[in-house]
Design a protein around this ligand. Structure first.
Ligand code: B12
Ligand code: SF4
Length: 382
């Protein structure tokens, strides 16, 4: 049994120690998997990009030397998924999530892209041309009877340089056939011209990471966001009909209540459609996580099973300098306000774009009710 993706790339030894796993692929999988097969067939001795367990002994091999050219790689075999209709719940205006980018040029200290193995085994940052994005979209569209006219191509960081943003927007504008798209960028990469360009090119939503309003924490995570620029870009995009989502984290390592209040100030000052809020959970293999371990704020998982209850998914570990009650109260109170605001903004967006099914569905399944259910779950567990 072989395993792959970010988790084993960051924790190869811990993953391989699991009795069910014989081999892992670190980083990009395409060529490494071919090497692994050749290794099993005894054609090569060094399957690059893999770690292999043999009679309980772990053998590690260096990064792959061949990486996929995103624009040259064959179309993903979507048809192997069978009836694609079932993945698109609405009769009209479905959205399809596609890969348009790999890697990231940045190294924010809480993110998996700050991990050296992710960088070296995953390969350099690459992105698709507008032509290729459309080709992939049309390929999927032709495989389903459902109406899809929206694509989510944000990945980790799609609009990663002003030059690419300009080229992508100009190109997609010419060929998009009414298709709209959602993306991810950074405030310092945007300006008034690019905001106008992406809006005209069919961009319906952009996400930006802010994470904290505290200058100390911003410096520490490697994400400096200028409040005035963020406010200006957000307003420009929204005036042009693009929805803006800004992401924030609360409960950074050693965060104080005064610092959290700085984050709240950012949220108020930057008029996004949605402020997406998370409690920070340390991600193994990142400098932010290392700091947490060093300062005894969290314990490293010892087994693969322990990872299930660690970090991203389950509990709210408080590693800030605030009392847990205070942190959680601020988190849920702010979320209540933010998600109510977002519910209203997203409903306006759906009505504006005549997405009536999405409008009614959103009453039942929205982030507000999601958080409410989470709160009830935590309360009943206690
Ligand atoms: C797109 C995405 C999503 C989409 C998935 C949509 C879909 N239908 O696929 C959505 C938004 C739904 C999503 C949800 C979640 N996601 Co997500 N997601 C991503 C993202 C941005 C890209 C993944 C992707 O498709 N890349 C494109 C493919 C081609 O590349 P790839 O996945 O790296 O795969 C390559 C190699 O890793 C390798 N490989 C991959 N799998 C395997 C398997 C084997 C056997 C082998 C040999 C090789 C191999 O080969 C591939 C080709 O080179 C990643 C971040 C990232 N950059 O990886 C996070 C990421 C995978 N998500 C993450 C998380 C935490 C989640 C959620 C749990 C979030 C939440 N709290 O709800 C949920 C879980 C959903 C679920 N049910 O599993 C984490 C996982 C963390 C971890 N410890 O592993 C990541 C790494 C982001 C992060 N840093 O936090 N996600
Ligand atoms: S810009 Fe986004 S994807 Fe890139 S390192 Fe920072 S948080 Fe990660």
């Amino acid at each position: 049994m072989s395993s792959g993706e970010v988790h084993p790339t960051i924790l190869p030894e811990l993953t391989l120690k699991n009795e069910n796993i014989d081999a892992i692929i670190l980083g990009e999988g395409e060529y490494a998997l071919l090497d692994l097969i050749d290794f099993i067939d005894k054609k090569i001795k060094e399957p690059l990009g893999t770690w292999i367990k043999n009679n309980g002994k772990i053998h590690s091999f260096g990064p792959q030397k061949r990486f996929v050219g995103l624009n040259e790689k064959p179309m993903p075999a979507w048809e192997l998924l069978g009836n694609l209709d079932k993945y698109f719940p609405y009769n009209r205006h479905n959205v399809v999530l596609m890969e348009a980018t790999r890697g990231c040029v940045y190294k924010c200290t809480f993110c998996h892209h700050s991990n050296l193995d992710v960088k070296s085994y995953g390969g350099a940052y690459r992105n698709l041309t507008a032509d290729k994005v459309m080709e992939q979209f049309c390929y999927i569209r032709d495989l389903t009877k459902k109406h899809i006219d929206r694509m989510d191509i944000g990945g980790d960081l799609h609009l990663a340089t002003p030059a690419y943003t300009k080229k992508f927007a100009e190109d997609i504008k010419k060929i998009r056939e009414g298709i709209t798209w959602q993306s991810v960028s950074k405030f310092h990469l945007m300006n008034i011209d690019l905001a106008g360009l992406v809006a005209k090119a069919g961009c319906e939503q952009i996400m930006f990471g802010v994470e904290s309003g505290s200058p100390r924490l911003q410096q520490f995570i490697g994400k400096m966001v200028n409040i005035d620029q963020a406010r200006f870009i957000t307003k420009e995009l929204r005036d042009k009909g693009v929805m803006v989502t800004n992401t924030y984290m609360m409960g950074h390592p050693h965060e104080t209540y005064d610092e959290l209040k700085m984050t709240l100030k950012y949220m108020k000052a930057i008029p996004a459609d949605q402020n997406l809020l998370q409690i920070y959970r340390p991600f193994p293999g990142t400098p932010y996580y290392d700091l947490c371990v060093k300062e005894n704020l969290c314990q490293p998982p010892k087994t693969l099973e322990e990872c299930n209850t660690f970090g991203v998914l389950t509990y709210h570990a408080n590693i800030s300098d605030m009392p847990t009650k205070k942190l959680l109260r601020e988190f849920y109170k702010t979320n209540l306000i933010e998600q109510t605001r977002y519910l209203i903004n997203s409903q306006k967006f759906y009505l504006r774009n005549k997405m009536y099914e999405q409008f009614f569905d959103n009453f039942r399944h929205n982030k507000f009710t999601f958080k409410l259910k989470e709160l009830i779950r935590i309360k009943t567990k206690k």
